[in-house]
Ligand binder design. Structure first.
Ligand code: FMN
Length: 219
């Protein structure tokens, strides 16, 4: 997939001693880290949130979650608590300026695909313009640079979007800028945009078939 420069940087090392600074993720300390899996980023979108999580759960145990800070705020508004998620998934939070968990993508045996689902119009815009300043946008950008395929479930893809707010159903009319950003995102290398839970499911199934084929080929 991508060329790993083992001699230059075999594994991240950090010599910092205080707990207040970010630590490199230690793959060896993780007993479950044996099979490549999906890295699944969740952003602060109510639209498609429950559906995305339901689909992610079908991939267990081969999926880990990476939350944006907005996702952490929005999840409980839809009655999904972080503690609940942690009972089922390994969850990585956006609590470092440099998106420390992104370092796990450099271990090519660890994640074969990065999914961003659901993706807010904010995250879509950032991904489309190469901005990476949150955990999901960093996962997406770094995956692209490593040649790891990305799948983005964009929320605002239709002229009219009916979505559930925490209190009620609402009708949104995405502006041209949101629709244009989705089109721009479609041009980004190594990534695929999907617009509904059904398309997301189909893209994941296709990716699973590809990864099975490549593991058969390398066996
Ligand atoms: C209850 C709630 C629901 C939201 N739903 C959406 C949504 O469906 N789509 C969207 O683009 N933004 C939505 N937002 C706004 C985003 O959370 C906000 O733009 C945030 O800055 C996105 O950050 P992120 O892209 O880093 O996750 C919602 C916010 C709240 C409080």
């Amino acid at each position: 997939m991508y060329r790993k420069l083992n001699n230059l940087a075999a594994r991240p090392t950090m010599t910092m001693t205080t707990d207040t600074r970010p630590r490199a993720y230690d793959a060896d300390a993780d007993a479950d880290a044996t099979s490549a899996r999906f890295a699944w980023a969740i952003t602060g979108s109510g639209h498609g949130l429950a559906e995305s999580l339901d689909i992610a759960a079908t991939l267990l145990p081969y999926v880990d979650l990476f939350l944006s800070r907005a996702a952490e705020e929005v999840l409980p508004l839809y009655r999904i608590e972080l503690a609940q998620l942690k009972q089922r998934f390994r969850v990585f939070r956006d609590n470092s300026a440099s998106a420390v968990p992104v370092g796990m993508l450099y271990d090519e045996t660890r994640y074969h695909t990065v999914v961003v689902a659901p993706a807010t119009s904010n995250t879509v815009a950032k991904c489309a313009f190469g901005i990476s300043d949150t955990l999901p946008t960093n996962m997406f950008a770094q995956a692209g640079k490593l040649g790891i395929p990305g799948i983005v479930f964009a929320c605002d893809t239709q002229p009219v979007v009916i979505t559930k707010s925490p209190l009620d159903w609402v009708e949104l009319r995405p502006r041209n800028i949101e629709l244009d950003n989705v089109e721009r995102l479609r041009q980004i290398d190594h990534s695929r945009v999907v617009c509904s839970p059904a398309e997301l499911r189909a893209a994941l199934d296709a990716r699973l078939a590809e990864t099975r084929m490549s593991s058969c080929a390398s066996a």
